[in-house]
Design a binder for this molecule. Sequence first.
Ligand code: CP3
Length: 348
Amino acid sequence: MPFNDRFLRACRREPVDRTPVWIMRQAGRYLPEYQAIRRELDFLTLCKTPEKAAEVTIQPLDILGVDAAILFSDILIPLEPLGVGVRFEEKKGPVLEAPDLDLARVRALPVPDPVETVPFVLDTIRVLRRELVDRVPLIGFTGAPFTLASYIVEGGTSRDFMKLKRLLFEQPDVAHALLEKLADTVALYLSAQIEAGAQAVQIFDTWAGQLSKRDYATFAGPYVRRVIEQLPREGVPVMHYVNGSASILEEMAALGSDGISLDWRQSLAEARERLGPDVTVQGNLDPATLYLPPEQIEERVAEVLDEAGDAPGHIFNLGHGIFRDTPVPHAQHLVECVHRLSAERHGR
Ligand code: CP3
C-alpha cells in the first residue's frame, strides 16, 4: 500500500478519493489492547516510554483503519517542567499541584527546553515516523495556553472554572503573565515536535468555549495566535479545536491556523458557510452517537458528509474525544462508513 496522504491533502484543501477520518482520543481505554498495556504500566509511565507510547499510537490504525495517527501523550505533560505536579487518578482524572501564583514567580519561570525536559515525547515521534513511513501521517499536539491555565489554576478538570475566572478578573496581570509563559512554553514544545517529525499539529483549547466572545478575545485567542506565530510550520498544517466554539468561529479562523476542529453542537454546513472556502473543517459527530445501532451510525455519518458538502477540506472526526465505554465494533463501523459513503460522493 502506498503512503495514505488523504488527511494531509484535506488539510491543504486538495481533492481526495475518500474523506479522511481519525478520532480524537483514538488510542485509549475503550480498546482492550490498550487496557492490556495499561495493566503493566501506569498512564504517565506509558507516556514516558517511547516504544510503548508508539505501540499504543499505532493500535487504532490496525484496529480501526483511521487515516492519521496522533502521538500518544497528554496535554498536561509539558507542565511538569514548569514545576507543576501532575498525576492521574482512576476516578478523578488529572490532579495538578501548582505553587502559589504571584506575578514575580510567574515571570521568573523559565521557558523549558523540550529537548532536555521531555525528550521522551520527541523520541516517541522519531520511533513513530520510522514505523509509519509507508502508512499514514503523524499528528503532534499541544494544549492551548488558556486550557492549560485552567488545569493549573483549578488543579484538575472543572465544571464552572470559578478559580480560573476569579484570577482572570481579579488579577489580570498574573493571568496574562501565566498565559504568556504558557504560550512560549507550548510554542517551543510544538516546534520541537515538528522538528522531530510531526507532519501536522493540533492545538487543543478544549475549555475556551467557557468564555464569552469578549473574554475569548482577551484571554484565549491572542495566546493561540502567539503560539502559531512561533511555529516553523513550512508545510505542516495547524488544526485548532475548541469545545463549544459556535459563537467564536470567525475569531478562531483569524488566528492563523489551517483548519478548525468543530464540536457537534453546531451545523457543519453553517460553519463552512461562515468560515468560507479557505479553512479546513474537521468534525463533527457527537461521540455519543457511537452508542446507536450500526444502521443509525451510518445515517449519522451520511448526514455529516452531506453537511460537509462537495468542497475540499473536510476531515471526518468526532466533536470531542471518544467515550471510554464505546463499543469497538461501532468505532470500526464508523470508519468503514466514512470511507464507503464518501467514496461514492467523491465520485469513485
Ligand atoms: O489518542 C489520542 O487522542 C492521543 C492521546 C491524547 C490523550 N489526551 C491521552 C489520554 C490526547 C490528544 C489527549 C488530549 C487531552 N488530554 C485533552 C484535550 C482533548 C480533549 O479531550 O478535550 C485534555 C483536556 C486532556 C486532559 C486529560 N487527560 C483528562 C481530562 C484525562 C482524564 C479523563 C480521561 O479521558 O481519561 C486525561 C487522561 C488521558 N489522556 C487518558 C488518555 C488515553 C486516559 C489515561 C488512562 O489510561 O487512564
